[in-house]
Design a protein around this ligand. Structure first.
Ligand code: ASP
Length: 334
């Protein structure tokens, strides 16, 4: 009898510990991130900011707040940092504007929110969350989305707030490169091929598993340098750049058109749901398919048991995770 009691106490406490599992995974974009072209100073700046983003999101989970709050806290830190292609530091469109997209999905009830093509919302992820929680819609775009954000009392800034010299120079170089391509008489192309790709990636994202076992995933981006005609990538598209259900959460980064065509984030969830594939296999197969289509990038995925997958087919991807024992992992290169 005593043994039985002891065994049930042990099982109960093990169950309680199992329930207390919370995990956070983030990314700061995939691309031609080579150690050889990185200074120690720059590498340090990225690592420090990724750590800050992890700590902010993790603090929410520790407080017992939901996965949505954790994702928001992490993404806001990266949106506010000029290091990443989201919020301040976003890349420029062909017209020289910063045009932002973001999305969020909560696995618990499959609620979702997204905004696309906005120029004045300081933290696009907050607007995506407001769409999810305060509207009957899933995606709002352009001036309508900005009007909604204003009505929700979110911080509105002058579009100049998003301007950074690095990204501006990036646009000038890319436009020069493209004009060289167009000008057939010019056979010399002085810019390295990798430059074009470098300027296109840098999206941020986060996936969290909270103390109640719920998952949320969010993504925020400036899109791709030199984008035209109101182009929208995968980041604000639920099922492409972002997805979460009760089993798994995913946030992607890379050449958005390919992630849309592969319905990347939802495909990972479907492989797990219908084919019983484990997280890592499902995530890797999806990146492989994107590569086969000709695209590149990466993603972070987290399942309800706290398993993590971070596949990418580029030279590097800024990424980090914080597991239930509070251990931080940050990686940049392959
Ligand atoms: N996926 C984003 C887009 O295509 C770009 C990125 O990941 O940096 O808009």
């Amino acid at each position: 009898m005593k043994k039985l009691l002891l065994a049930s106490i042990l099982t109960f406490s093990l169950l309680m510990t199992a329930q207390k599992k919370y995990v956070l995974v983030i990314h700061g974009g995939a691309g031609t991130i080579l150690k050889s072209s990185m200074t120690a100073e720059k590498e340090n700046a990225y690592k420090t900011k990724l750590t800050e983003a992890l700590n902010a999101g993790y603090a929410e989970l520790q407080k017992g707040n939901s996965a949505v709050e954790a994702v928001a806290a992490s993404i806001v830190i990266m949106e506010d940092s000029p290091l990443f292609n989201a919020g301040k530091g976003a890349v420029f469109t062909a017209e020289g504007k910063n045009e932002l997209d973001a999305s969020i999905m909560y696995g618990k009830d499959k609620s979702a929110g997204a905004i696309a093509g906005v120029h004045t919302i300081k933290n696009p992820i907050k607007a995506a969350i407001a769409v999810m929680q305060k509207s009957e819609h899933v995606m709002l775009s352009g001036v309508g989305a900005e009007q909604f954000a204003k009505e929700q009392n979110l911080e509105i800034v002058d579009p100049k707030y998003f301007w950074t010299k690095d990204r501006w120079d990036g646009l000038q170089k890319l436009q020069k490169k493209e004009s060289l391509k167009v000008n057939k008489e010019t056979s010399q192309n002085t810019l390295p091929e990798s430059y074009e790709i470098d300027q296109k990636f840098g999206t941020v994202g986060a996936v969290a598993l909270d103390i109640n076992g719920n998952l949320a995933a969010g993504t925020s981006t400036g899109g791709m340098t030199n984008k035209k005609y109101g182009r929208i990538g995968d980041a604000p598209i639920i099922g492409a750049g972002t997805y979460a259900n009760s089993q798994v959460g995913i946030s992607a980064t890379g050449w958005g058109e390919y992630f849309i065509r592969a319905t990347a984030a939802r495909t990972i969830a479907a492989k797990m749901e219908y084919q019983n594939k484990d997280l890592r296999t499902a995530a890797q197969e999806t990146i492989d398919e994107i590569e086969k289509l000709g695209g590149d990038g990466g993603l972070i995925a987290l399942d309800k048991d706290g398993n993590i997958a971070m596949p990418f087919n580029t030279a590097g991807m800024y990424r980090g995770a914080m597991t239930e024992n509070g251990e931080i992992m940050i990686e940049i290169y392959k």
